[in-house]
Design a protein around this ligand. Structure first.
Ligand code: ADP
Ligand code: ASP
Ligand code: MG
Length: 405
């Protein structure tokens, strides 16, 4: 029998009518023979309002612990309303807040942005299964946690998405459904560009990058708990139908899991163009890259500085790129010379937690320093670090980095 974790965001339960519609959509699945665990956010903008009230009344004196207690009232209220509406629709329901013995989410005491104790949560979450067996629909506060001492914590703003995927994982759910105020994941925030289009699918990897770059539609940590076999989607509350296709989140894919560092199988070559005041030359990068693109040559990386622009290319194609770019150096006043460098090894490290791990670059580069391995170039983004080093050092660097990641 299918088990669904359905999470309703603030707008989706923004007033009485919407709560009833949301509850009805849950009942429809229940009547269809599914087991449903409901996770809810605070009604509408309650959390913002509680933050503002705490700020105006207590100000800077407010402790994280007090704030967690205050904010928790948003979700503590919404579960009670949602659960009562379910019962009014003729099904059995129980609301679960941090004071309930079956409360699942156990965290440390970092009250404002608590870390989840994964093992304890997994253990504790099994209690919800007993309710489901009895035909009871549990309605669980999103966003909240509880310490081992029974204190209330929060998972950080937008944290109900984390609760949904966390419970989905712990209960081995078939589906995690995020119900929100847009049709799904769009080509951009539809509040910013009207022409935004809905996507039918997005990969876990893309969704994580989108979220870490600030797209609010899903909390960046939520997908840490997405197992490949769980079907997950983001849908709109408007239709009141949990079977709406929305946007399906697919993956994670095998090769993006587990493998933390990857050594490109062949040497890379570096072509460096030097000149004056290069960062202020409008269109210079475009000229360089289109020359290379027209010759059907792939670029693995670019680094740009005031006096040089470096392209990283396949060794076999580097010579052609070198000749093409030399013509550009001759034609452009600001460019003076070009060089074709030696064989370079490219090491790529991908990890969605990089963005939030202070010192991760030091951790990677320290063992290289200790072993006298020089870094030719380094580039980093939110979730990836790419190192370029001499080809002879590639394998040794790969082994060293594997040790620390
Ligand atoms: P909820 O309260 O349901 O958790 P949020 O406000 O946290 O909802 O997230 C939904 C919002 O995310 C949308 O209203 C939209 O403005 C914003 N958003 C940003 N980027 C995107 C995107 N690429 N696709 C869809 N929504 C996006
Ligand atoms: N109610 C919380 C917030 O507004 C959590 C959530 O909505 O996910 O941040
Ligand atoms: Mg949200």
């Amino acid at each position: 029998m299918g088990l669904i974790v359905a999470k309703f965001g603030g707008t989706s339960i923004g007033n009485g009518k919407r709560i009833r519609k949301a509850a009805q959509s849950v009942v429809n699945e229940y009547m269809d023979g599914k087991k449903v665990v409901v996770v809810v956010s605070a009604i509408n903008k309650t959390t913002d309002e509680l933050v503002a009230i705490a700020d105006e009344s207590i100000g800077k004196e407010v402790t994280e612990k007090q704030l967690a207690e205050i904010l928790s009232l948003g979700e503590r209220t919404s579960i009670r309303v949602f659960s009562s509406v379910l019962e009014s629709l003729g099904v059995k329901s129980e609301y679960i807040d941090p004071s309930h013995e079956l409360w699942p989410v156990i965290t440390d005491d970092n009250y404002g942005k608590a870390q989840i104790d994964f093992e304890r949560t997994e253990e504790q979450a099994q209690g919800l299964l007993s309710l489901l067996e009895q035909g009871i629909i549990p309605v669980v506060c999103g966003f909240l946690g509880r310490t081992e001492n029974g204190e209330v914590t929060t998972l950080g703003r937008g944290g109900s998405d984390v609760t949904a995927f966390l419970l989905g994982h712990c209960l081995k759910a078939d589906n995690v459904i995020i119900v929100t105020d847009v049709d799904g994941v769009m080509s951009t925030d539809p509040r910013k560009i009207d022409e935004a289009e809905k996507l039918d699918y997005i990969s876990v990897e893309e969704m994580r990058d989108l979220a870490t770059h600030g797209a609010q539609v899903l909390h960046p940590h939520a997908l840490r708990f997405k197992d490949p076999e769980i079907k997950a989607k983001i849908i709109s509350f408007e239709k009141g139908d949990l079977s709406d296709p929305g946007t399906e989140i697919v993956g994670p894919f095998e090769d993006s899991m587990g493998k933390k560092v990857c050594l490109h199988h062949e040497p890379i070559s570096v072509v460096a163009v030097v000149g004056e005041d290069l960062l202020n030359q409008i269109g210079l990068l475009a000229k360089m890259t289109s020359l290379v693109a027209d010759a059907n040559i792939n670029i693995y990386g670019i680094s740009a500085g005031q006096n040089s622009i470096t392209l990283f290319l396949d060794k076999e194609e580097a010579d052609d790129a070198y000749h093409l770019l030399h013509d550009l150096v001759i034609a452009e006043d600001n460019l003076s010379s070009i060089s074709l460098g030696r064989d370079i090894a490219m090491l790529t490290m991908i990890n969605p937690d990089f963005i939030e791990t202070p010192g991760v670059i030091t951790e990677i580069t320290n063992p290289l320093k200790e072993n006298h391995i020089n870094i030719v170039e380094i580039s980093s983004s939110q979730t990836a670090i790419v190192l370029f080093i001499n080809w002879e050092d590639g394998k040794a660097a790969y082994d060293l980095i594997k040790e620390v990641l």
